[in-house]
Design a binder for this molecule. Structure first.
Ligand SMILES: Cc1cc2nc3c(=O)[nH]c(=O)nc-3n(C[C@H](O)[C@H](O)[C@H](O)COP(=O)(O)O)c2cc1C
Length: 186
């Protein structure tokens, strides 16, 4: 591909409280600004999607109780053969990615590895992205549980307010580097 190549990139995501969708929207804007065409689809709406028109794909999901969303897993399994022929990325969003606790980091690696193995998909790279507390989206019990988790981690959160940990500059650099590697293979 030439340096000026414009790629068709699929972003397929699952998002329970909305942060992964926000991250994917940001990735889509970054890739679009780099001259690429991006289709962004929720995994739930991507059933029977034909991947043939795409040059590359990003799958993104968030960790809830140690797992990525079942809908994303179904999409990855259903399309594993096509995904394995494309340059791909897995973006795994979690709160553990906001910290540096080695045990939690090892858990994140295991969650991603098991997700990919179960689907039969080998992504080109896996990236962990820090998500957010979304108190505006939680029900009473979730809000209580998440306040407890925040307190255990020494994080101050305002009840009823969201708190974002996503490193937007890092995500932007990731998109730039990944897209650059696609048009100028090293
Ligand atoms: C019920 C619940 C369970 C969660 N479980 C985990 C977990 O096991 N590990 C983790 O690192 N983050 C966990 N999180 C944090 C989410 O991954 C984080 O809030 C992320 O930003 C959610 O993304 P989404 O809004 O796209 O769903 C959990 C969040 C909720 C609400």
């Amino acid at each position: 591909m030439s340096a000026a190549a414009s790629l068709r990139i699929l972003i397929c995501y699952a998002s329970t409280e909305g942060q992964t969708r926000k991250i994917c929207r940001f990735c889509a804007d970054q890739l679009f600004a780099l001259g690429h065409t991006v289709e962004m689809l929720a995994a739930a709406d991507a059933e029977a999607l034909d991947l043939a028109p795409f040059d590359a794909a990003i799958l993104a999901g968030s960790v809830h109780l140690g797992k990525l969303q079942a809908g994303l897993a179904e999409f990855a399994s259903e399309h594993a053969a096509a995904l394995n022929r494309l340059p791909t990325l897995l973006l795994q969003v979690s709160l553990a990615a906001a910290g540096n606790e080695p045990g939690e980091r090892a858990d994140l690696d295991r969650i991603a590895t098991e997700f990919c193995a179960a689907a039969g998909w080998t992504p080109g790279a896996i990236h962990h992205i820090a998500g957010a507390f979304r108190f505006t989206q939680y029900d009473f019990f979730r809000s209580w549980a998440m306040r407890y988790i925040a307190a255990q981690k020494g994080q101050k959160v305002e009840p009823g307010a969201d708190r974002e940990y996503t490193d937007w500059a890092g995500v932007s650099a990731l998109m730039r580097d990944w897209a650059d590697g696609l048009v100028r293979p090293r």
